[in-house]
Design a binder for this molecule. Sequence first.
Ligand SMILES: *Cc1c(COP(=O)(O)O)cnc(C)c1O
Length: 392
Amino acid sequence: MVDRLACLAMDQEDPLRAFREEFALPEDEIYLVGNSLGAPPRTAAERVRQAVEDEWGRHLVGGWNEAGWYAQPLTTGDRLAPLIGAGPGEVVAGNTTSIAVYQAVNAAMRLRPGRDVIVVDRGNFPTDNYMIEGLGELRDIGEGRFDDAACVLLSEVDYRTGARYDVPEVTARVQEAGALMIWDVCHSVGALRVDVSAADFAVGCTYKYLNGGPGAPAFLRVHPRHQATAENVLSGWYGHAEPFAFEPGFRRADGIRRFTVSTPHVLSFAALEAALDMWERVDLDQVRAKSMALTSLFIDLVGDRLELASPRDPERRGSQVSFYHHDGYPVMRALIDHGVHGDFRAPDILRFGFAPLYTRYVDVWNAAQTVAEVLEKELWREDRYAVRLAVT
Ligand SMILES: *Cc1c(COP(=O)(O)O)cnc(C)c1O
């Protein structure tokens, strides 16, 4: 069995170890929630200051031209593309994942007139299913039928259990049945080598493993084969062929710009750009290898103290480990109080996310020790841990 010294040695050997220094993280806490909100790159504050003082402060409205704000949805989209296996001109950044889901499903429905079934996973992150209620008849993937479906909307990695779909296999099966495949990569981008190149649409957020910051822009990828025909249901002025012609009616832009909606969130883009400067230096194969090692180590160290909710095979899971516990909420509150930050998902899931750029093997060791202590001494039974906070 691995011990603490072995973990320290693994950290020494870790090819990604230098990245941890690039993040602002509290020294005495173990942060295992990078799957929900990634830690800030140290350069983010300076980049946002630049956007406020040097761009906004100096150029004022001229920033739209002078500082490249106008093109941000496309230029940042191109920087995100390699992280999901896409090419330039295929991705727009902006808005939120919920909005991108709505755009993608609407576009898919219009590309498949006569089919009104949308296949989803009932375990999808709720917003994905909420957003498309009323757009078609929702059917669960468990029924395994795609022949009358317009599209299939799935998360590559399940937010609750961390279970991972086989993207190439599912994409091929869906497309063979004549349906369009839409992947949500919120819980996989930045955690593994995502490749949704064959899919028709993909959506994702940048504030989880990509460290873009709270409220960071989301993204939407449209396969080149659909760009001439797919329509953006949210026909805002940014996606107009000539936004500054201020014509009375909407006329679609060519190419991926047609999927932009409205004014980009410039200050949020600034923080995301700082993160992308870092991601451009990251080897995603190293990220995936370390992610599998960290999560497997945590599963081994926690052992049978908790019932595993995630797949045991590292190939079949993303970068999180989840366990079931009947009193999951107070257990997680107690863990946080003892310096191990995971989160709780109703009704009974304890989640621990392992962001490979800043999580060390020794953190895994220490976190598992704390889990053992909180459970064995039943520290979670203190009354104050039962009080629910607004965000769990
Ligand atoms: C995090 C997450 C979202 C978040 O949606 P927002 O619109 O950014 O609030 C959506 N879908 C999935 C699968 C997620 O993991």
